[in-house]
Write a protein that binds this ligand. Structure first.
Ligand SMILES: [Zn+2]
Length: 140
């Protein structure tokens, strides 16, 4: 949408993941049914009630202030960053490589990516993959 507004020909302004919304940031991460299904699954995995957001800033702000345990809060915020990164990556792979977007595959990518971030960069060296995939906060 941003390129189109600047006069760059982009082919279509439709969302590449669901084809029913516009290809802008708020739709891609917050309004897209493809991303929404993944977000619902992540909420279930984390054991938190599903809630939707109007924009990325409100999602990140929610995650940054979620809960009372600083370690859980940090893990949840990293999960949100992993969600945003993997949705963006799935969108770009569809646009530039014509790959088929697959929600379960994106979920697997988020779990694996965030596990690596948490384990190797987040000072949770002892976290176990099998515990992680059941509930991310059980690694604490
Ligand atoms: Zn969409």
């Amino acid at each position: 949408m941003a390129l189109s507004k600047r006069g760059v020909r982009v082919g279509t302004n439709s969302c590449h993941l669901c084809s029913s919304g516009v290809d802008d940031t708020d739709h891609l991460f917050m309004g897209c049914s493809f991303a929404g299904d993944i977000w619902k699954w992540l909420c279930h995995w984390c054991g938190i009630p599903f809630r939707s957001f109007n924009n990325v800033s409100s999602l990140v702000e929610f995650a940054a202030n979620w809960g009372h345990c600083p370690k859980k809060k940090r893990i949840f915020l990293v999960i949100v960053y992993g969600f945003l990164w993997c949705i963006w990556k799935a969108r770009n792979e569809k646009v530039f490589r014509s790959t088929c977007a697959n929600a379960p595959k994106v979920v697997d990518n988020i779990l694996a990516l965030v596990f690596d971030w948490v384990k190797h960069r987040g000072k949770f060296n002892n976290c176990n993959w099998y515990v992680w995939i059941c509930n991310p906060f059980d690694i604490l």
